[in-house]
Design a protein around this ligand. Sequence first.
Ligand SMILES: CC(=O)N[C@H](C=O)[C@@H](O)[C@H](O)[C@H](O)COP(=O)(O)O
Length: 232
Amino acid sequence: MTRPLIASLRGGFIVSCQALENEPLHGPEMMAAMASAAEAGGASAIRANTPQDIAFIKKKCKVPVIGLYKKHYPDSDVYITPTLREVSEVVRAGADIVAIDSTAMARPGNEKLERLIAGVKENFPDTPIMADISTFDEGLEAMKLGADVVSTTMSGYTPYSPQLAGPDFELIGKLAALGRAPVFAEGRIWTVEECLRCYEAGAHAVVIGTAITRPQEIVRRFVTRLKVKAQS
Ligand SMILES: CC(=O)N[C@H](C=O)[C@@H](O)[C@H](O)[C@H](O)COP(=O)(O)O
């Protein structure tokens, strides 16, 4: 059964507001301003990284917040909300939905995804789980384990998934065709036409980050295509 909050995002446009420590817009005030701008423009929800950013955004915005916490462990390549510890910080910060890496890559402490999802359900029964996956098999597995929504976030970011320049439309279509759980289209979406294609492929909602909230990458795209000479 689709949870009401997830159902309410049908046809929605979600803006991911993230700036890591090495990015010019890093900081919770900056990300809350970005989220506020996205909300003013009609975003249906915000996706945000770190408990601090989530808490600031929750104070400024009324739309739901999908929270994650990027953290690197020495024994794992999984970094999006890798363990129950990060899940609990994200939920405590006020996230309405929690996004967790649901790929087949080895998790910290070799924990199984099944156990993590069960732990989230037991400890935070009111918080829907968004499973960030990179392949069809991972999406199906996450659905079987009870993820509330599956997102194509990690396609192109695991060594075994297709390394596409644009969105993974095929993955969106195949997962949506299962009709088992809602599917979000996420990753390398830059244009309105690509969004429309995602919805046509069966996406429940579309998530855009970089094309809206990473100005340095937006500028780089223009500069690269226009072959502008950098000022030294
Ligand atoms: C792979 C990974 O770590 N993705 C992250 C997940 O939260 C973000 O860095 C992306 O910006 C987000 O998924 C949105 O995608 P795009 O920025 O391409 O619109």
